[in-house]
Design a protein around this ligand. Structure first.
Ligand code: ZN
Length: 409
């Protein structure tokens, strides 16, 4: 059984690093706050009896040796960087629960066939440079030295920030794990949504991580006088856009997991008495299943074209970003379910709408995630909260899952 008091106490200690005036935590990558957080956690890792090191991209790693030190490693962990005025649990729960899991094993003399490493990944959030998941990209071998050019608001690039932290950007390839050297990656994370809470469940099994597809729709009609143009002589791109948005809502709602959001719109020229000539809006479309995502995208596109043709409005669609969704490994999902059954915890399977480090690791090893209940679904906010009991349950499920994977042939 993991030590829930110790886990909670460490979460509270970590939450004192990076507190900001606006409330909550601001702990950006390669800053003194992040350094202090890593130093604190490195201390916990040593107390846990782990071998501690930092790799070439700044990932903090604590290792518990396996009976076979050459066997592929089971990785557990999360991140400790935050968004501005973020919460205490998004990231830290997975890292500190990982340390707790390995400390419990060491205290109870539990040995595993495979080594287990707990990681605090560098820069998951992408807040400082607009380029996230730096640590997991590094481990997956997906990070190139010439990609370290994005700058923060003060004009400092990732490469410069790395140098200031004592890292050599030319050596980042050294962080890459070789194919076959990693057995699995499992992360405990807060849900950041309301699904578990609405079902009265403490923990959930993640089925996959939705990949965001971002599109920009541009609709062009004919601007005109609102008083002098009869209704049947208009080519109004805004009413066409309204129809397209309703179609997006309808098509996404037809699938159990798909979500579609129009979050940004501009109307040109934008006057009370002017029929718009041009409308631009964005679409964020997500699903954990690529085939379903493609199907929803295609039906939206078909309908949008039909709507615009009928209304004599010109439609162009620009691709802003397409990140493929990730399916969590069946084997890891089964291990998490068995862990829940062994603890007598009722659970459910749910997708993650938010992105996580496992998206970068999916070609390196099988990945899986455990969700812990978030209060009111609030995250990226000082009010973010997961109860002591839910943190402990999540950590206990992580313990059993990691133990089972690390002994699996
Ligand atoms: Zn997170």
């Amino acid at each position: 059984m993991i030590n829930s008091e110790r886990l909670w106490d460490r979460l509270m200690q970590l939450s004192t690093i990076g507190t900001c005036e606006a409330g909550g935590i601001t702990r950006l990558s390669f800053t003194p706050e992040e350094r202090a957080a890593k130093d604190l956690i490195a201390g916990f890792m040593k107390e846990a009896g782990l071998t501690v090191r930092e790799d070439e991209v700044g990932n903090l790693i604590g290792r518990k040796e396996g009976k076979n030190s050459e066997a592929p490693i089971v990785l557990i962990g999360s991140h400790i960087d935050s968004v501005p005025s973020g919460g205490n649990f998004d990231g830290p729960l997975g890292v500190l629960a990982g340390v707790e899991v390995l400390q419990t094993m060491n205290e109870q003399g539990v040995e595993t066939e495979h080594p287990i490493e707990v990681l605090a990944f560098t820069d998951e959030e992408g807040t400082r440079f607009g380029f996230g998941m730096i640590g997991s990209r590094g481990i997956a071998g997906l990070l190139q030295p010439d990609e370290l050019t994005p700058q923060d608001k003060d004009g400092i690039s990732i490469a410069e920030a790395m140098k200031q932290s004592g890292l050599d950007p030319e050596k980042i390839k050294g962080a890459a794990r070789t194919p076959g050297s990693v057995k699995a990656y499992v992360e405990l994370h807060i849900e950041q949504g309301k699904v578990l809470e609405s079902r009265g469940l403490s923990v959930g099994v993640v089925s996959g991580v939705a990949g965001p597809l971002w599109l920009k729709f541009v609709l062009e009609g004919e601007a005109g006088h609102a008083g002098a143009t009869p209704m049947n002589m208009r080519r109004d791109p805004l009413t066409a856009a309204a129809e397209v948005m309703l179609c997006i809502e309808r098509e996404a709602a037809r699938k159990p997991v798909s979500v579609g959001t129009v979050g940004k719109m501009q109307v040109f020229p934008g006057g009370v008495n002017i029929i718009p000539g041009r409308v631009e809006f964005t679409l964020d479309l997500r699903d954990v299943d690529k085939a379903i995502l493609d199907e929803v995208e295609q039906s939206i596109m078909r309908e949008a074209e039909a709507i615009c043709a009928r209304r004599n409005v010109r439609l162009t669609v620009e691709l802003l970003q397409r990140i493929p969704p990730v399916i969590c490994s069946d084997n890891i999902q089964a291990a998490i379910r068995e862990a829940c059954a062994a603890e007598g915890l009722e659970t459910m399977t749910l997708p993650s709408g938010a992105g996580h480090d496992c998206m970068q690791l999916v070609d390196l090893c099988p990945v899986g995630m455990i969700f812990a209940r978030s209060r009111d679904g609030i995250s990226h906010n000082p009010a973010e909260f997961t109860s002591k009991e839910d943190c402990a349950n999540g950590a206990q499920i992580l313990y059993r899952t990691a133990l089972s994977l690390a002994n699996q042939r």
